[in-house]
Design a protein around this ligand. Structure first.
Ligand code: ADP
Ligand code: ZN
Length: 512
């Protein structure tokens, strides 16, 4: 077998392999089918680019996004690799096809839609192939968080060239998805190589939302370096950017709806800056190489643990201490559940499992890192010493009684009022509405009026929404979910995690 080290040094300019790269490359050079599960930033591209240079023939790379392919193409061409993309927006398709036929391409990037077609298969039979690389391979699995039906159609293409090795790559795959990738792409179980997922320099923190703009302003005040704040909506990125600008920090917004020139400039400014904050939708970050991001904040629940890990993974690639702070609201869970109800039936179970995993991560009083690493199948100590719960262990208090009172108030008032109204009933505050509705005569009126119980009402409502004991309708009215009965009947307990007092830090710059 050829020694890849000289090429690694001369073509790529790296002194040595990192982590599992060496084992992955060795398998590929030996012609073995492989699945490489490596976190973002671990250097997946090298695992196929190096063999592409070393081996005779072309390496066909299946990749889901045109923008990603063009980034890769630029990077590969810059170091002298003979590469091309074959996508609908390329005007040099004829030339690329001719180059491929003449055996002049090391790398040929193509989207799954094209790769799975008959015409492409004919083309591939006209020159020598070195390797199939299937990037973002989790797209092949319905269990994955980003299923792309066209990935399913790749198998016949791969099988048509049985002597060409396959290398599937992904950053994000739970055990179920990994098994599915192996099965779908015909890779043996012992052909899977998983890199360690731990990012020890990232400090994980998760808090319930409580004026999220102020909470993020506090974080920004604590952390002077560059940071990314993920916001769920386009309008939300601009609003938050405006509010954060009042702290005196440089701030930009980034989302797919911005004028392309503005978007590109905001991104370039951020990459060049040492102290800028960018408020972005999840569209931001793919393919961006900025090693000194000091914090990543989420102003709302991410889509999945995979998404969370990938997004937070953009912090601290240089290995220096960094913070990942997620702020979640009970309504995030309610909305996510509603969305699940709207997807195709056969995908609902997978989506529900993903949401439950996220719920466990935010709800735990134990180590966050442990939950993350376990999710990706890594071993982890019980206490990492670098997450909010390990640094300031929270106390759990039994809130079952308040939860039952809350549920009965929801029931007695006809399952149509919001959290604020239920709170006023439970604490016995007479309002025009409660008088008009005749709710002051209910037995639940004023039954949680002690300051201790009253303080638990809002957190209890969040816990009940998160557990699906309550659901919010389109107008914010609360109704029972499937978990309500067991709590009301005394068969299930509700405990609340109370963040230690000193977590409620001094206010940073005041923001409206
Ligand atoms: P991934 O696709 O896994 O997120 P990339 O392939 O984009 O990661 O690589 C991440 C960064 O690591 C890039 O800047 C790349 O140049 C660098 N890199 C890759 N392999 C090595 C290596 N062996 N030594 C040093 N740097 C490397
Ligand atoms: Zn921990």
């Amino acid at each position: 077998m050829i020694d890849p080290l000289p090429i690694l040094q001369s073509t790529f300019g790296f002194p040595g392999f990192r982590g599992v790269q060496e084992s992955v490359v060795s398998r590929v050079l030996a012609g073995e089918n492989t699945l490489a599960v490596m976190p973002t930033g671990a250097g997946k591209s090298l695992c196929y680019q190096l063999p592409a240079v070393v081996l005779e023939g072309t390496c066909v790379v299946v990749s889901p996004l045109i923008a990603l392919m063009h980034d890769q193409l630029r990077a590969a061409t810059a170091i002298g690799i003979r590469a091309a993309t074959l996508t609908s927006v390329d005007t040099d398709q004829m030339e690329t096809i001719a180059r491929f036929r003449r055996g002049e391409l090391d790398l040929l990037y193509v989207a799954p839609e094209r790769a799975s077609g008959g015409a492409f298969r004919d083309l591939l039979s006209q020159a020598k192939l070195a390797l199939f690389a299937i990037d973002e391979a989790h797209c092949v699995s319905e269990w994955g968080h980003d299923f792309r039906p066209d990935y399913r159609l790749l198998r016949p293409l791969l099988d048509a060239f049985p002597h060409v090795p396959r290398l599937a790559l992904t950053a994000t795959a739970d055990a179920h998805t990994r098994a599915d990738i192996l099965e779908q792409l015909g890779i043996p179980h012992d052909g899977m190589i998983v890199a360690g997922f731990d990012r020890p320099n990232i400090q994980y923190r998760i808090s319930p939302k409580d004026n999220v703009t102020r909470q993020i302003a506090d974080l920004v005040a604590e952390q002077p370096g560059p940071g990314i704040v993920y916001v769920q909506s386009r309008a939300g990125t601009e609003k938050l950017a405006e509010a954060l600008a009042k702290t005196g920090r440089k701030v930009r917004a980034y989302h797919a709806g911005l004028d392309p020139a503005v978007r590109a400039r905001n991104q370039a400014d951020f990459v060049a800056s040492e102290d800028m904050i960018i408020c972005a939708t999840v569209a931001f970050g793919m393919g961006i190489d900025k090693p000194d991001v000091r914090f990543v904040a989420h102003a709302g629940l991410p889509k999945s643990i995979e998404g969370y890990y990938q997004e937070t993974g953009r912090a601290g690639r240089d290995g220096d201490p960094s913070i990942a702070h997620l702020f979640w609201g009970a309504d995030d869970f309610a909305k996510a559940r509603q969305r699940i109800g709207e997807v195709e039936l056969h995908r609902q179970a997978g989506e529900r499992t993903r949401l439950t995993a996220l719920g466990a991560l935010v709800e735990t009083s134990g180590c966050r890192r442990r939950i993350l690493l376990k999710h990706f199948g890594d071993d982890a100590p019980a206490n990492c010493g670098n997450c909010d719960n390990c640094l300031n262990p929270p106390a759990a208090i039994d809130a079952t009684e308040v939860a039952r009172k809350f549920l009965s108030a929801v029931f007695r008032t006809g399952q149509s009022f919001g959290v604020g109204y239920i709170e006023s009933i439970l604490t016995g505050q007479s309002t025009e509405r409660s008088l008009m509705n005749g709710h002051e005569a209910l037995s639940v009126f004023g039954i949680a009026s002690s300051p201790e119980e009253a303080a638990l009402i809002k957190p209890v409502s969040r816990a009940l929404l998160l557990r699906d004991a309550l659901r919010a309708n389109d107008f914010g009215g609360l109704e029972f979910g499937p978990e309500a009965r067991a709590i009301l009947k005394g068969e299930a307990e509700v405990s609340l995690i109370v963040a230690p007092k000193r977590e409620r830090r001094r206010r940073g710059a005041q923001v409206a």
